[in-house]
Write a protein that binds this ligand. Sequence first.
Ligand code: SF4
Length: 205
Amino acid sequence: MKISWNDFVEECNQCQACPLAATRKNVVIYRGSVVAPIMFVGEGPGATEDEQGLPFVGQAGRLLQLLLDAQGFAQKDFHIANVVKCRPPENRVPTDAEAATCKKLLGKQILICKPKIIVLLGKTAYTLFTGDKNAKMTQIRGAFIEKNGYLILPTFHPAYILRNNNERIKLWQDIAMVRRKAEELGLMEPLETPPEMPSQRPSSN
Ligand code: SF4
């Protein structure tokens, strides 16, 4: 059955399907473009995201945006979401049951967004999305996994990069890899000049 974006948003906003509904301020659904060739999926909203009802708008989100801007990603190119749409209290990791419940909504979101490439931000998102609990991010990052017609790329969560700035180059390289793949597939136009990795730290508020 085809579902409209507005009906989907309404369904998310009304959702009480898991315990996270009790403590949320806002249901955090997406930012970017509703239909987009590239989807970024994180673990779940933090405090800033819960306040604003938008994903990846805190300091880690601003770092991600800094890198996307430098690689020439426009808003039409991406759709950013999380495995769970409501903030886990104290920023704890979502439980398997919460993730399994909310993944039904994420599945609908993917069908509407129609991405060709899905970037999983961080080990927790990777585990919650794939069910694979044993993989190490250092082993799985930087290589696409083909599954159900999607190209899936696990990479570091920008919050990890904020704490380990010497690893920034790896997230940068992975985003560059996404860009190259998008260019190969005719989803993005090549840049006229090679991008340079921004070195500044995003503001903390
Ligand atoms: S986290 Fe997902 S499943 Fe749980 S209440 Fe929020 S929208 Fe519903």
